[in-house]
Design a protein around this ligand. Structure first.
Ligand code: ATP
Ligand code: MG
Length: 391
């Protein structure tokens, strides 16, 4: 079986100074995991590139998987020939021929120093050969339209040209951990993906209100998390029993302030659970102005109770953009399955869009919620959600 090589480059990672080796090692580990089902794959992690050697038959699947790995800015797919100048000329010409009327440049990296020609000589030899075979081609050493790269290694030569775009971002795990609030709607899984793409490892928290919410919601959330397991192999899901506190809030606060106060309780509880689990921040799927609880005055009143910073990766996204991303991530069809959410069980008329902090605080004083919060925290159940392995 013909072997091919993928050369992974890092983009943003190269700006990370002395941490770079940690980044590269972690990226190498993440790539190894995502490609672990391919027996042909050999991965070699170097200072400036990661090399992936594989059987040509697996090419399509491997490329699909690599395009999902945060931290890869771009990669090249190289073809192989022997360390023989005639073979090198032929293969380079083969790779160039679809672009036969464009300008080009040949760039050689010679790792095998015993090869009789040096890099410049190889460049010239291959360049002349390509010119002789493509009448409309021209060399442009400063700004070529096509760059033909030759890597002459100890025992074989790899040649490549087209740059494939990677996902970008950082390798998952490099940025510390966030506790992500997941609701089962469209937005929160998309927001989770954006956090993962930025290198943030996630734990998840969900507030349920049985018997008003169905236990099917938890299955739905697990299905959504499994879609994200491709980026992070194992994700802890903390399930908080919220019924008692929520009913109390509804009875005392009434319909217009109910959501504001419920959100504040969610942040209070999430902050405690985050700290217990070494999460440095909270994250949510909120988007400015989407609903009453996500106006700036609401966010202002809600955020003040969180003892940790709250990141909202979708703050400035339109719903259309969020849906498009959900479709790409394959979470959309699961998210739209209708189940009662703990926020929808009590019919809320006119939730307040400009909550008044003094009003909120006076309602909360009547709640004596501290004990109930402790009860929620103590009764939280944690399950590990991980990729379903093919048997
Ligand atoms: P959608 O807007 O698509 O219905 P959503 O997930 O954004 O889904 P919202 O009601 O807009 O749902 O909630 C805003 C955010 O608050 C969510 O993205 C999520 O981070 C958090 N959230 C809402 N309800 C819950 C819940 N029951 N458990 C945990 N987090 C929740
Ligand atoms: Mg939303």
């Amino acid at each position: 079986m013909e072997k091919k090589l993928i050369i992974v480059t890092f983009g943003e990672l190269s700006t990370k100074g002395k941490n770079i080796m940690n980044f590269i090692r972690l990226l190498g580990k993440n790539i190894t995991r995502i490609l672990s089902s391919f027996s042909s794959v050999e991965i070699n992690v170097q200072r400036d590139h990661i090399y992936i050697l594989f059987d040509e038959k697996d090419e399509k699947e491997i490329i699909n998987k690599l395009s999902l790995v945060p931290g890869i800015s771009s990669f090249f797919i190289a073809r192989k020939c022997n360390n023989d100048i005639k073979e090198i000329c032929n293969l380079a010409n083969d790779i160039f021929s679809p672009f036969s009327n464009l300008t080009f440049k040949v760039k050689t990296t010679r790792i095998n120093k015993s090869f009789p020609l040096n890099s410049d000589e190889i460049n010239r030899e291959v360049g002349s050969y390509i010119l002789s075979k493509n009448k409309d081609a021209k060399v442009d050493v400063h700004n070529p339209q096509v760059l033909i790269q030759i890597m002459l290694r100890e025992n074989e030569t790899f040649i490549y040209s087209k740059k494939e775009k990677g996902l970008g971002g950082y390798p998952v795990g490099i940025a510390g951990k966030s506790l992500h609030l997941i609701s089962g709607g469209i937005d929160s899984p998309v927001a989770a993906f954006l956090m993962l793409k930025r290198g943030v490892e996630l734990e998840m928290i969900h507030f349920e209100a049985p018997p008003y919410t169905s236990s099917k919601v938890i299955d739905k959330i697990k299905t959504l998390i499994r879609k994200l397991n491709i980026y992070q192999e194992k994700i802890n899901l903390h399930i908080v029993p919220f019924t008692k506190l929520e009913k109390l809030i509804y009875d005392v606060a009434g319909p217009s302030y109910c959501v504001t106060i419920m959100r504040r309780m969610m942040l209070r509880i999430s902050s405690i659970i985050a700290k217990k689990n070494n999460c440095l921040i909270l994250s949510t799927g909120e988007s400015i102005g989407q609903v009453a609880s996500q106006t700036l005055p609401s966010i202002n009143v809600i955020d003040t109770v969180s003892s940790l910073p709250v990141i909202r990766p979708l703050a400035c996204y339109d719903k259309i953009e969020i849906i498009e991303l959900a479709q790409k991530l394959d979470t959309y069809n699961t998210s739209i399955i209708p189940y009662e959410d703990c926020c929808t069980i009590f019919k809320l008329k006119d939730p307040v869009t400009h909550p008044n902090l003094k009003v909120v605080e006076s309602i909360e004083e009547k709640l004596h919620f501290q004990e109930l919060i402790e009860e929620c925290v103590n009764n939280t159940k944690t399950v590990l959600v991980e990729e379903e392995k093919e048997l």
